[in-house]
Design a protein around this ligand. Structure first.
Ligand SMILES: [Zn+2]
Ligand SMILES: [Zn+2]
Length: 288
């Protein structure tokens, strides 16, 4: 029999889902993508959420990137009471924000199962690398529209920020922030974290906070007050250490919650209570 090469073993691990973490009750996954995790019908959504619930992840907010994804997200939130939706056009898809998309998003955010406008914001990483990514100028216009939508509908604004710290903070300051602003997958340094905290934003940490090379991000996670911290998977991406590169799902959330507890010198159960409580309050939803 042929023995597995190191390269083959690495490839196999990349397909292998991480093992279940020990349960940590009370958690809410503040940002995930159920459709991208394979949850595109009621049955597969239920399976993902059953798995999550078995380790203490009691509810999730599933987030849209484009219009097709937005329809899936809203459907998922109606298929299963543990799922809530956030809808918007992702900054890289900002060029798709035509009149029809605006009208449909307006209608969607009014749905009681939709708990946030997101993910919107700025992504300066992809323009120039991907043909289809919207330019920064187009992204800025779409971001301004989504900020206004969140304020009009009175729901949280969920922000995606990649390599755009200053423009993003400037636009939010100029437009005026909605009451609740969530910095999803926070990736800034100590100074950006401090500015967001001072403005009253919530900082949501993903598996990246547990990565070996993330000392700066851990510093940021340490200075956020208890009332302003959230945890998310951003699944299927950003699987927490030591499973980086393997497929992520909401059931992996306890790994990141425990990483945050360790960083902040809190016990796991207290940290889970803080994180879950903040998500329930931020999304103002009857989250279980
Ligand atoms: Zn994002
Ligand atoms: Zn995301």
């Amino acid at each position: 029999m042929k023995t597995e090469s190191a390269k083959e073993a690495k490839k196999r691990r990349r397909r292998e889902p991480p093992p279940d973490p020990a349960p940590l009750p009370g958690l809410v996954d503040a940002h995930t993508h159920l459709a991208a995790c394979g949850g595109r019908d009621a049955e597969s959504v239920r399976a993902i959420l059953d798995h999550a619930q078995a380790v203490g992840v009691e509810a999730v907010v599933t987030v849209a990137d484009d219009m097709i994804d937005a329809r899936w997200a809203v459907q998922a939130a109606h298929w299963d009471e543990r799922a809530f939706a956030a809808v918007a056009l992702h900054p890289t898809h900002a060029g798709e924000l035509d009149d029809a998309a605006r009208a449909e998003l307006e209608e969607m955010v009014a749905d009681p199962r939709v708990v946030a406008v997101g993910e919107t914001g700025l992504d300066y990483y992809w323009p120039g690398k991907s043909e289809s990514a919207a330019s920064p100028e187009v992204q800025k216009d779409a971001f301004v529209w989504h900020i206004d939508l969140a304020k009009r509908i009175g729901k949280p604004l969920m922000i995606h920020n990649r390599e755009a710290d200053q423009d993003l903070l400037d636009i939010l300051a100029a437009e005026g922030s909605p009451e609740v602003v969530i910095m999803h997958c926070f990736s800034g340094d100590r100074n950006v974290a401090r500015e967001c905290v001072d403005r009253g934003y919530l900082l949501s940490f993903s598996g990246t906070v547990s990565f070996a090379n993330a000392d700066e991000l851990r510093e940021a996670a340490l200075l956020v007050p208890d009332e302003q911290i959230l945890v998310e998977t951003d699944a299927p991406f950003l699987t927490p250490h030591p499973y980086r590169g393997q497929p992520n799902q909401s059931y992996c959330l306890p790994y990141t919650a425990r990483a945050l507890a360790a960083i902040r010198g809190t016990d796991d159960e207290t940290m889970a209570g803080i994180l879950g409580g903040n998500a329930r309050r931020a999304y103002q939803a009857p989250l279980q």
